[in-house]
Design a protein around this ligand. Structure first.
Ligand code: PMP
Length: 425
């Protein structure tokens, strides 16, 4: 509509081009799985602002808590004058994350910032420097996290040089690695790490338990536990980047739980606070306590407003049964997408857990990734009122990340539009 068009024109004049957008709208309101634009159009939200608004946009618990906090105080800087909200979020994360060992938490603003700090503490604790990330990984856009991220265009191209001592290992990618078992894929990665880096130089392994931007890749069963076992045996800190998978998204508090792994350090963000900027690093007390006072922090890190939102969002996940709801959303998505796949060989793979599900679109004859088809389907959905996101190293994955508060009717309606886009493409 005209109002959205006008805003997009202003954006082009005012905002740096590197800051892109998926749909050309001017958002006026959002909630209940719907985004309303300034022209009054309703868009079904199957992206949750990239897995952030799991509790729904403007969740009433979050809104009330942030309003109350706004009236009390907005900022003191936690590292200058502490307040309860920060400590309460830390206590909650120490309790909810996998493992019953003693833990400590530090809060930050963004996923990338938390990843950087996880690497900082791992290096400080182990007194080693090297870090291993995996093929297809995405960990952020700061310098160190760009280095950890695999995909060049658009994330890294021309933005170097990148931080040293970052190495890449092969992932378990069942759809594309010829059916390696989890144990085989782990052995391949571990051999490469031992031959090319050496455990005595390696501070940390960082991995997304289910890759997000890289294509919703669920590693073969046993891959993650084998890596954890090797890391534990070699004084290497195992860091789970649960920025996209955390907080009920996959039908568990954290995706690590599906494989029964206990990461030494877990990085969270996105879904943690229902839309306010908050991220966290939670880990074994002896690792997290290694850095001296003043070594971790930031002016806004764990701001009072974000912490109030975080506590309210966590309460919403708990009290409103959203873990269960994520599982139900997953069965609806997987059921319908598998039915589509039976009739359409361009859907090469349907995968994911809970409300984190994707299809990989391919050439039915060669199995080659079909990014053009993926772009067409997404464009059809966008033109017809459904916000769906794409991802993947090859740009051929359509991902579904609905708010966990979405109703089945809206979810199925959105899915139907995507299916129609595929039929027409
Ligand atoms: N890690 C993962 C797994 C992510 O999905 C993202 C964001 N897509 C990040 C890190 C970076 O988070 P942020 O954009 O908040 O810096």
């Amino acid at each position: 509509g005209p109002r959205s068009q006008e805003l997009i024109a202003r954006k082009a004049q005012a905002v740096a081009k590197g800051v892109g957008h998926t749909i050309p709208v001017s958002v006026a309101a959002a909630g209940g799985g719907v985004i309303v634009d300034a022209d009054g159009n309703s868009i079904i939200d199957l992206g949750s602002g990239i897995a952030v608004t799991g509790v729904g946009n403007s969740n009433p618990r979050v809104v009330d808590a942030v309003k109350a906090q706004l009236d009390a105080f907005t900022h003191t800087c936690f590292t200058v004058a502490p307040y309860e909200g920060y400590v309460a979020v830390a206590e909650k994360l120490n309790e909810l994350t996998p493992g019953d060992h003693e833990k400590r938490t530090a809060l930050f603003n963004s996923g990338a910032e938390a990843v950087e700090n996880a690497i900082k503490v791992a290096r400080h604790h182990t007194k080693k420097m090297a870090v291993v990330a995996f093929d297809h990984a995405y960990h952020g856009r700061t310098n160190l996290t760009m280095g950890l991220t695999a995909k060049n265009i658009p994330y890294k191209n021309g933005f170097g040089p990148f931080a040293p001592e970052v190495y890449r290992a092969p992932l378990s990618y069942p759809f594309r690695d010829g059916g390696l078992s989890g144990a085989e894929a782990a052995a391949r990665a571990i051999t490469q790490i031992e031959k090319q880096i050496g455990a005595e130089n390696l501070a940390a392994i960082i991995i997304e338990p289910i890759q997000g931007e890289g294509g919703f890749i669920v590693p073969a069963q046993g891959f993650l536990p084998a890596l954890v076992e090797w890391a534990n045996a070699n004084d290497v800190v195992f860091i789970a980047d649960e920025v996209q998978t955390g907080f009920a998204r996959t039908g568990a508090w954290f995706a690590s739980e599906h494989e029964g792994i206990v990461p030494d350090v877990i990085v969270t963000a996105k879904g943690i606070a229902g839309g306010l900027p908050l991220s966290a690093v939670t880990g074994r007390a002896e690792i997290m306590d290694s850095a001296m006072a003043g070594g971790l922090g930031g002016t806004y890190a764990g701001s009072p407003l974000a912490c109030a939102a975080g506590l309210a969002a966590i309460e919403a996940y708990e009290e409103d049964g959203l873990i269960e709801r994520a599982k139900q959303i997953g069965s609806v998505l997987i059921g319908r997408l598998n039915a589509l796949r039976t009739a359409d060989p361009r859907i090469g793979d349907v995968r994911g857990r809970g409300a984190m599900v994707a299809v990989e679109l391919v050439d039915p004859v060669t199995g080659a990734p079909d990014a053009a088809l993926t772009a067409k389907v997404a464009a059809y959905a966008h033109a017809n009122g459904v916000l769906v996101l794409t991802c993947g190293t090859y740009g051929n994955v359509i991902r579904f990340l609905p708010p966990l508060t979405i109703g089945d009717e809206l979810l199925v309606e959105g899915l139907e539009v995507v299916a129609e886009g595929l039929r027409r493409a």
